[in-house]
Design a protein around this ligand. Structure first.
Ligand code: SAM
Length: 220
């Protein structure tokens, strides 16, 4: 039988929350403020954020991309892990949500590391490719509209260098990927994306069951 991932009951969830991540006061406040908003579940959790920070540092990232920024928690987290001259290009379409992000980035002293582009992410990524930025990035985090995951991934694979890492959020999609009765557009898109990555020999992959599932793809 396939080795199981330990199921997390509430007590164990609380333990992981208490021991699994070091957050700054600004990170904690942004996470809490966002948790009171209607679309709060879009925000990654503290432990997933800590994992992103470890990954960013492990690949020695200086140039990062984020597709899907919302109120800015994941971008803040990545920016805090970057060296002084590190930069992250963030893609989102929402002025409203990213206005909150900008406030907290400023308070955390990382606003200068973050280049927010308000436009459909495919436009921003294609512009970066046209500007000759292929292979210039070390790390990418994909966390926007699910129907475009394969398109974002293909662009990011061009934009990150060999040995660069692409992290893709929500690849378990609330568990729906394994429920054959679930045929929503987003579930099908994520299933197709997971199949695509499994067969993609351009990368080494790991689907990590953290948060809503996060697939790591290391460019060969
Ligand atoms: C799941 S949220 C991102 C959460 C964020 N990474 C965090 O941890 O707080 C998805 C974001 O993608 C943005 N988005 C949706 N479609 C987009 C598109 N076509 N281009 C750019 N951003 C898009 C939404 O506005 C939303 O803020």
């Amino acid at each position: 039988m396939t080795a199981r991932t330990l199921p997390l009951d509430d007590r164990l969830q609380r333990y992981v929350a208490a021991h699994g991540a070091r957050e700054t006061a600004v990170q904690r406040e942004l996470r809490r403020v966002t948790q009171r908003m209607p679309r709060a579940s879009m925000q990654i959790g503290a432990v997933q954020g800590a994992l992103l920070q470890v990954l960013v540092r492990a690949v020695g990232a200086r140039r990062c991309l984020e597709i899907g920024t919302f109120t800015g928690y994941s971008a803040l987290t990545v920016a805090l892990a970057l060296p002084k001259d590190g930069r992250i290009v963030c893609c989102d379409v929402s002025e409203e949500w990213t206005a909150i992000a900008r406030r907290y980035w400023k308070r955390a002293g990382v606003a200068g590391k973050i280049d927010l582009r308000i436009a459909p992410a495919l436009e921003t990524l294609d512009a970066l490719l046209r500007q000759g930025k292929a292979g210039r990035f070390d790390f990418a985090f994909i966390d926007a509209d699910k129907a475009n995951y394969a398109n974002y991934y293909e662009r990011c694979l061009k934009l990150v260098r060999r040995g660069g890492l692409i992290a893709v959020d929500n690849t378990l999609w609330g568990g729906s990927v394994a429920d054959a009765r679930n045929k929503t557009v987003d579930t099908r898109a994520i299933r197709a994306f997971n199949r695509k990555l499994l067969g993609d020999r351009r990368v080494d992959i790991a689907l990590v069951p953290v948060g809503d599932g996060m697939t790591l793809a290391l460019r060969r």
